[in-house]
Ligand binder design. Structure first.
Ligand code: FAD
Ligand code: DLZ
Ligand code: SF4
Length: 509
């Protein structure tokens, strides 16, 4: 019988991925390829490239151990092409077959490239997700608004997670109300598990250093898991030591604790090393066994079968043009401070420094610090999208674009977020300890020393009054603004213009 080529992409590293389940070890060839189109479609953080390539190499070794024939292309192989399709064509010639079995890629870019390739392609649904794109579309059809909360309830019913005889465990679907505690620095708080690079990873680190050392981000130290057994250890560590207080501190930020109780599991789930359902089942078990309170278990499970599934469904539904949306017509260039340029804003400085060093920032830092600032400053959402796609080790367009374009920048005109996620400095002050050591004063609403978030927040609302004043969730904000009076309005507008002018001139803000 003729061999088929079984494509396994760098974020499909699961023995259970659809194309491998359908393949035949005795005759098929697994194709895996490190290619410059993938390592270079944005200037990825060096840690992200190292993580993907090392995890790919380890996965190929595991496949071989399980008896598969693997045609693996290393980035530096002589004769290698630039692209996934190029490598499939090369292997097709080598193995004298044009038949390819693939699991649907996460991104439209690659789906389209594969569909246009002169190959006999079968593209199987990526069933690592709880909901298929069709299920999401069925849920979305005919709804006026696509609120995550209602989709999440469907996912709870479908998976049976945290369900009690058809009703939500604990009597409520959502315990977010209990999840807004501020955190204190705590030396005893457990941090995500770290791993020491083995020889394979060291070889990848040298390659990445030589080829991508100039990209934004520190390559070393490198402590990520690159195999499924290690990713399972990271999950176990999180479930035992960090999960119990995950809910309480989900929205908190601290200068000296970059991770708080966040799991740092997104890189492993997105690569395929962990399945989203097994992660949720483990979390549910911790709650069932009485080791974890319901607000933490529910809060965590909601992030995965709620937000993660929802953004994926939305990305597939909205199509390839979604990352180009710009409902507010924002056009400011991404300020240099996002690439590590000097800033006096302690919160942004911390979020960016940590992004550079770790390739990681947690959700509230992404949404309410870097995202919030960009939205208030009117940054071009596509430039910001490319930044998020590049700088985080867990970034793939299917999950990053809805979070950036939709949730964070309101650039999709409100498909995801019923109102823009904007805040003044007081929210940041309440949820973090950044303001206490900032050069700006969060208490000052106007003047040279006023927190830029304070100035830009009111200026943003003022600039977009036509769009948002009638939004029922924003009425009180506009009423507050209106009560401030003309003199304060002028001071806010002048102060905001000063900040924006400095950004445009590349001066320190
Ligand atoms: P935890 O706080 O421990 O959360 C648990 C898990 O829930 C995560 O591992 C993740 O799988 C899932 N999750 C949580 N929130 C979301 C969400 N909003 N969307 C999808 N999944 C979620 N997440 C990515 O995986 N890749 C991205 O490229 C990405 N880009 C983002 C860009 C912006 C502007 C924003 C606001 C959020 C983005 N997120 C992204 C979502 C979220 O910030 C990360 O999933 C989370 O910070 C990962 O860290 P963690 O594993 O410690 O998360
Ligand atoms: C992110 C990434 C990188 C950096 N490199 C590769 C690679 O060399 N080969 C590969 O197959 N995949 C890589 N990936 C992951 C892909 O970009 C990912 O599969 C698509 O973005 C679809 O989600
Ligand atoms: Fe950020 Fe403003 Fe607080 Fe400074 S004062 S840390 S700029 S919110």
């Amino acid at each position: 019988m003729v061999s088929r080529l079984i494509l396994v992409l760098g974020d499909q590293l699961s023995m259970d991925v659809a194309a491998l389940r359908k393949a035949d070890k005795t005759r098929d060839i697994v194709v895996m390829a490190e290619v410059t189109d993938e390592t270079g479609y944005v200037a990825h953080h060096p840690k992200k490239i190292a993580l993907v390539l090392s995890a790919m190499r380890h996965f190929a070794m595991a496949l071989k151990k399980h008896g598969w024939t693997v045609a693996y292309t290393h980035l530096d192989d002589a004769g290698a092409t630039r692209s996934i399709v190029g490598e499939l064509m090369r292997r097709a010639e080598e193995y004298d077959t044009t038949e390819v079995l693939a699991t649907t890629p996460g991104e439209w870019r690659l789906i389209e490239a594969l569909n246009n390739a002169p190959l006999t392609l079968s593209m199987l649904p990526d069933d690592r997700f709880v909901a298929s794109p069709t299920e999401f579309d069925d849920w979305a059809k005919g709804r006026k608004s696509l609120r995550m909360e209602y989709f999440y309830r469907e996912m709870r019913r479908k998976t049976g997670l945290l369900m009690d005889d058809g009703a939500p465990a604990g009597g409520k679907w959502n315990f977010d109300h209990d999840n807004r505690k501020t955190a204190q620095p705590d030396l005893l708080r457990s941090q995500p598990m770290q791993f020491t690079p083995d020889d394979v990873t060291e070889e990848v680190l040298s390659l990445v250093e030589a080829r991508f050392g100039k990209n934004f981000g520190a390559l070393r130290p490198f402590h990520f898991a690159v195999t499924r057994p290690d990713a399972l250890r990271a999950l176990d560590h999180f479930a035992r030591y960090q999960l119990p207080e995950f809910g309480d501190y989900q929205d908190a930020m601290l200068c000296d604790d970059r991770f708080l109780n966040h799991s740092l599991l997104s890189p492993y789930i997105n690569l395929g090393l962990l399945s989203p359902l097994e992660v949720c089942q483990r979390v549910e078990k911790e709650w069932k066994d009485g080791r974890v309170p319901i607000n933490s278990a529910e809060g965590y499970i909601r992030q995965i079968i709620g937000w993660r599934e929802y953004v994926r469904g939305l990305y597939m539904r909205e199509g390839p043009e979604y990352p180009h949306q710009n409902a507010l017509n924002h056009s400011r260039d991404l300020p240099w401070l996002y690439w590590g340029g000097e800033t006096r804003m302690n919160c942004v400085g911390h979020a960016v420094a940590q992004t550079r060093e770790d390739g990681y920032a947690h959700h509230i830092q992404r949404l309410m610090i870097t995202g919030n600032f960009a939205l208030l400053a009117g940054v071009d959402p596509h430039q910001l999208h490319e930044w998020y796609l590049a700088v985080y080790v867990d970034a793939y367009e299917w999950v990053e674009a809805p979070n950036t374009i939709g949730m964070s920048q309101w650039a999709d005109g409100g498909v995801i977020a019923s109102k823009p996620y904007v805040s003044s400095g007081s929210y940041i002050d309440r949820m973090s300890d950044y303001c206490a050591s900032c050069e700006y004063s969060v208490k000052d609403k106007t003047g040279e020393n006023a927190c830029p978030f304070n100035l830009l927040y009111w200026d943003f609302l003022d600039r977009h009054r036509d769009r948002f004043a009638r939004n029922p969730r924003m009425g009180t904000m506009y009423a507050t603004w209106d009560r401030m009076g003309a003199e304060r309005h002028d001071a806010v507008r002048d102060g905001a213009a000063r900040i924006l002018d400095r950004l445009d001139k590349g001066e320190v803000v």
